[in-house]
Design a protein around this ligand. Structure first.
Ligand code: NAP
Length: 243
């Protein structure tokens, strides 16, 4: 089995996930490119390999039990361990997301991907993470899931458009993460949440003001934490994000 550090990045075919894969690859990691669409997945792996990244394809739809189980099997056979799981795949669900008029199916769909998908993937990968000497889990969250920032004085908030599906899904994700932190307290698994900032990607019609590579910075830092690094935190480039 490989001794090289290996990461799995979900939703790595584009946007921030692709840059997380590229950044970890530049640090010498082997990176599993978790992506649901075969063409987009293979294109991303090819581009990463052209950039000298040791990338390999991992077919992965985070909403599909059998797909996630197959991804774990692939990693067991190929690597035998996982040093970092980056739960990056996410959707906004589209709009409009006014609480009083929202289509409830949008909420279900967003939670299925952004929250249940993370639980599904994390649980499938935990046996592999337990085989690592220094396992890390990073959930790509968002400061729009910060209750403090959502409820602070208007001048201090960083709220985006009203989004009763997307923003609360990240709050839910953060709460779920803290449950994992409690359960895994007696292990060496460090698990943290990262906000990439407002990044120009498909997710927001490229209205973001940061590049995907800038958005990947904190995620990569948390994936490569030293053994005495934090666990159970919520971070952006500038430091901690309030819950
Ligand atoms: P993006 O460019 O739209 O990328 C999202 C990725 O998630 C794509 O690879 C997409 O794959 C994948 N994905 C969606 N549903 C999936 C599923 N069921 N199974 C597997 N992969 C799936 O968006 P992004 O901005 O890079 O977003 C990455 C993460 O950052 C998300 O969690 C997002 O909430 C978070 N975030 C983004 C911003 C921002 O300003 N952009 C801010 C805060 C947090 P397909 O190509 O197949 O759709």
């Amino acid at each position: 089995m490989s001794e090289k550090k290996t990461a799995l990045v979900t939703g790595a075919n584009k946007g921030i996930g692709y840059e997380i894969a590229a950044g970890l690859g530049a640090l010498g990691w082997s990176v599993g490119v978790g992506a649901r669409d075969q063409t987009r997945r293979n294109d991303a792996v090819a581009r990463l390999r052209e950039a000298d990244v040791d990338a390999f394809a991992v077919p992965l739809d985070v909403t599909d039990d059998s797909s996630v189980a197959a991804a774990a099997d692939l990693l067991v056979r190929r690597v035998g361990h996982l040093d970092a799981l980056i739960n990056n795949a996410g959707i906004t669900g589209g709009g409009p997301q006014q609480p009083s008029t929202v289509d409830l199916d949008i909420i279900r769909t967003v939670v299925e991907t952004n929250v249940i998908g993370v639980i599904r993937v994390t649980n499938a990968m935990l046996p592999l993470l337990r085989q690592s000497a220094a396992p890390r889990i990073v959930n790509v969250s968002s400061s729009v899931g910060s209750l403090t920032r959502q409820s602070g004085p208007a001048s201090e908030t960083t709220t985006g458009p009203v989004s009763v599906a997307y923003a609360p899904s990240k709050t839910f994700l953060n709460a779920v993460m803290l449950q994992y932190v409690q359960e895994l307290a007696d292990t060496n698994i460090l698990i943290n949440a990262a906000c990439p900032g407002f990044v120009a990607t498909d997710l927001n019609g490229f209205r973001g003001i940061r590049t995907p590579a800038q958005g990947a910075t904190t995620v990569i830092r948390l994936a490569t934490l030293p053994d005495d690094g934090p666990t159970g935190g919520f971070f952006e480039d500038a430091g901690s994000v309030p819950w």
